[in-house]
Design a protein around this ligand. Structure first.
Ligand code: M6R
Length: 590
């Protein structure tokens, strides 16, 4: 979603703001803008599209020591300059991440008081409301005004604010949307996450809901529940550094390739050093909640836990779970899976679980993220910073953890050898050439993914990867479900990708493949080596053979060709792979 930054200190704010925005561009890239003080006036620059477009409008020689910036993922109103941030009304200029849900009644109230609006956004309304409160209470400290506004605003927000007339201070207010403050040498950095300023400082603190900050050049005042309190900082580990492409064309490719090395790293942590995982066997009910790719990992987790036990695990899409009737009590465990640890729907489910006395366990990639902070226990997935919007290595890291949890749950002896040989198997699949398949797919309107049982889950993920980065419509079906409707979509040369790693249903899936082949489909078969005694070569047009492995590790192997098929198809289409249209890496609104 939107990324916001702010800087106050002894250095020129402009390059700092642009750098921070570039680091946060993964959060939203519809439009961008900055505002800064110059000779007591606030200068505003905005541009539609990427930060690079904004940069062209800015004179980096312009000196300012205090400023704010924003990279937008549109929620209210089209992608046009008027809707982009910073917004300015009267004496207030601000950037916002989140949604002010009651902006329409507020807008009406403000219009009646004489305010007019240039944009369609909720943010401009919030800006006008702060200006109105300031006009009404000229002698009141601005932090008090923010407190009043926080009582009125409904929804989620992180604001960084400049106030005309107070040209040596930066103000901050936050609820639900994440915000961190980095502490430099006589300078402060504000950002939606610490990735923005990793190179500038490793010392930071995370704001809590309803926190208000007044930041001066060399002092920060934190107000919580109406009182000024001291702030406690954390230090990030030294080995966390800004990501780089390392000669890869895209972060997605780099992150796909990293998977084999990461598996070795996880093997070291869990199998060699024996890091313990939390005991999840003591609960009467387990609900897994997540979104998107993390939800697919949750489905794999359910499959693997249930495989060798009589225990039933429930998996829910977080945006549904948060509004449904839950069956939780103190004997329940809610597992939240999230790469970013900031996904608004997943976060709200954890809060719901806590309210219902359930224990919460996060399987999270980003250290100290909002979900990680509120869960009772956390397993960090150690996948490193994932930049590409399309999640790859975070997914395999989630499956890796879930495979271990599942084996511990069913008291299976973990076959270390299978895990040790996994990196080479993954590596070999990464080295294969997927461009021929990509060429088959680029001109197509639809692609269908077929599989049964665990393979169907992997296909859900394969299909999501393809559609999100290539914009080709794709759907995954359980292979046996085809003849109940979807088979009517198969025409001459319709691509059908089929995955077979599940021995119990292999022959059944082959029969389903024959059905689509008979109707002219172009079949790409991904099949585990030796799973069927003889394979009829006429049922496929392309084949990818997967090395054998056990059921726990197979979903880590079988997803690799699917990730790469999506990547190479997008590459041949020439689209922006790391920043697909309309998407954002961290989904911090409902
Ligand atoms: O950060 P999270 O894991 O909570 O994010 C969940 C989804 O938004 C995410 O997996 C999304 O589906 C990705 N774009 C998939 O590649």
């Amino acid at each position: 979603m939107c990324g916001i930054v702010g800087y106050i200190g002894k250095n020129n704010a402009l390059p700092k703001l642009i750098k921070g925005l570039k680091r946060l561009e993964y959060r939203g890239y519809d439009s961008a803008g900055i505002a800064y003080f110059k000779n007591k006036e606030i200068i505003l620059k905005k541009s539609v599209g990427r930060i690079a477009n904004l940069e062209e409008k800015i004179n980096l020689q312009d000196e300012s020591f205090i400023g704010i910036g924003h990279t937008r993922w549109a929620t209210h109103g089209k992608v046009v300059e008027e809707n982009s941030h910073p917004h300015q009304v009267g004496n207030i200029t601000l950037v916002h991440n989140g949604i002010i849900e009651n902006y329409l009644p507020l807008k009406k109230e403000l219009q009646e008081k004489g305010y007019s609006f240039k944009s369609e956004t909720d943010t401009e309304v919030a800006c006008a409301y702060l200006d109105y409160l300031l006009e009404k209470n000229k002698k009141m400290p601005f932090t008090e005004i923010l407190k009043q506004a926080a009582n009125t605003f409904i929804g989620s927000f992180a604001f960084v604010i400049l106030v005309k007339g107070i040209d040596n201070q930066l103000f901050v207010l936050k609820r639900e949307s994440p915000l961190v403050i980095g502490i430099g040498n006589k300078e402060f950095y504000v950002a939606s996450d610490f990735q923005a300023y990793l190179e500038e400082t490793k010392e930071y603190f995370i704001l809590e809901d309803n926190d208000i900050c007044q930041i001066e050049n060399n002092a920060l005042h934190l107000y919580r529940e109406g009182k000024e309190i001291p702030y406690k900082t954390n230090i990030l580990e030294d080995n966390i550094s800004s990501p780089s492409l390392n000669n890869n064309k895209h972060y997605m490719l780099k992150e796909i390739k990293e998977q084999s090395v990461l598996i070795s790293k996880w093997n070291k942590i869990y199998l060699e050093k024996g890091k313990e995982l939390p005991d999840i066997t003591k609960y009467k009910r387990i609900d897994i909640i997540a979104c998107g790719t993390a939800y697919h990992a949750g489905l794999i987790g359910k499959y693997l836990i249930e495989k060798n036990t009589d225990f039933e695990v429930n998996v829910y899409v977080a945006s549904e779970y948060r509004y449904q009737k839950v069956h939780l009590n103190k004997e329940s465990l809610v597992i939240a899976i999230s790469q970013s640890g900031e996904t608004a729907d997943t976060l709200s489910c954890v809060k719901l679980a806590k309210k219902n006395n359930a224990k919460t366990l996060g399987i999270i990639n980003v250290y100290n993220s909002s979900i990680a902070r509120i869960c009772d226990e956390v397993i960090y997935t150690n996948a490193g910073i994932e930049v590409s919007v399309a999640s790859t290595k975070a997914y395999t890291s989630q499956i890796y953890i879930l495979s271990l949890l599942a084996q511990e749950f069913s008291q299976q002896k973990i076959d270390k050898n299978t895990y040790t040989t996994l990196p080479q198997k993954v590596e070999k699949l990464i080295e294969k050439d997927y461009t021929k398949i990509g060429r088959q797919l680029i001109t197509k309107k639809d692609v269908f993914f077929l599989g049964r049982r665990i393979d169907y889950i992997s296909m859900l993920e394969g299909s999501l990867k393809l559609k999100e980065i290539t914009y080709i419509h794709s759907e995954a079906f359980p292979a046996g479900e085809l003849k109940h409707g979807p088979i009517s979509l198969i025409e001459e040369k319709t691509p059908v990708i089929s995955l077979i790693t599940d021995k119990t249903t292999a022959l059944k899936t082959i029969s389903n493949i024959k059905e689509v082949k008979a109707r002219g489909a172009y079949v790409i078969l991904i099949i585990k080596e030796g799973i069927v005694p003889t394979l009829d070569k006429t049922i496929y047009d392309e084949i990818i053979t997967l090395p054998p492995s056990d059921d726990y590790t197979m979903p880590i192997i079988s997803i690799i060709p699917l990730q790469l098929i999506a990547y190479y198809t997008a590459l041949l289409k020439g689209v922006d792979i790391d920043k697909p249209r309309n998407l954002a890496k961290s989904v911090t609104v409902e």
